[in-house]
Write a protein that binds this ligand. Structure first.
Ligand code: ATP
Ligand code: MG
Length: 254
């Protein structure tokens, strides 16, 4: 069965896109067939995978959502790009923002992405969805299409705030739309062992949430190699295969 994982947190800049790409590249190394979905109008994942002008693209996840909304035929294969590390990806750009508005008046509006993915999911072991930093209908679509959710949380002050509303919407989706949705866990990102603050925040997150939600044992250290890799259009698994961030991401066994 295909595992469809939404990487979600409505807080911005916590490492969703980085986690999606790095886990995807790690799974490819394990011999898995992987599809990454950029589901954020910012198109950051698309850029970080080496696409120079995401906004120029027409064959994106927005096109697929739009065709599905209009019940028009869908040419899936034109939207599936191949990355040189072995994962497939469907790009995204600013056009996804207009899809959010179109969803409002649609029948079964929470299930549009699920219907799109049902056309390809048999070809993959894993589909990872890089969510946008907002709780809206697009995010609900991602959670409804997913079998699992991974929540990156940055090791910084105030990082727990806002998590409650995300967990509430996960619970609501579970209750009303997707009973089997499983919270795979929280991954703590951008830790810095040289500072006490980072250690205190990490401990606070583990102490406060560890009883109710699985928190991956290894947190992801801050590493300049991560930021460099996205500039190079690839994952840190490729640019720094033995680095600490790569090793930490590889320890997230799914
Ligand atoms: P958004 O909410 O805007 O979509 P995001 O949650 O997807 O953001 P990322 O884009 O993955 O977050 O990360 C935010 C920034 O932090 C990026 O510049 C990224 O390169 C950097 N970053 C992420 N993880 C690490 C890390 N472990 N070490 C150093 N920099 C990191
Ligand atoms: Mg992102």
């Amino acid at each position: 069965m295909t595992k469809i994982i939404a990487i979600s947190n409505q807080k911005g800049g916590v490492g969703k896109t980085t986690t999606t790409i790095t886990l995807g590249a790690g799974l490819v190394q394990q011999g898995k067939k992987v599809l990454l979905i950029d589901f954020d109008p910012q198109g950051n994942m698309t850029s970080a995978l080496g696409v120079k002008e995401p906004d120029e693209l027409t064959n994106t996840i927005s096109y697929l959502m739009d065709q599905e909304l209009k019940s028009q035929p869908i040419l899936m294969k034109d939207t599936i790009h191949k990355h040189n590390e072995g994962m497939d990806f469907i790009p995204c750009n600013i056009n996804l923002a207009s899809i959010d508005a179109k969803l409002v008046n649609t029948f079964s509006r929470e299930k549009v992405l699920k219907r799109v993915l049902s056309r390809v999911k048999n070809k993959y072991d894993y589909i990872l969805i890089d969510c946008l930093p907002t709780i809206n209908l697009l995010n609900i679509n991602a959670l409804t299409a997913a079998t699992d959710v991974i929540i990156p949380v940055q090791a910084e002050h105030l990082s727990i705030m806002g998590l409650c509303s995300l967990l509430d919407s996960v619970k609501r989706v579970k209750r009303e739309l997707n009973r089997k949705l499983n919270i795979e866990g929280i991954v703590i990102t951008m830790t810095d062992n040289r500072t006490n603050l980072s250690k205190i925040v990490e401990k606070t997150i583990r102490d406060n949430l560890g009883n109710s939600i699985h928190i991956f044992a290894e947190s992801i250290p801050r590493s300049v190699r991560v930021a460099e890799s996205s500039l190079a259009g690839c994952s840190v698994v490729q640019t720094d295969p033995h680095g600490k961030a790569t090793k930490a991401y590889q320890s997230i066994v799914m």
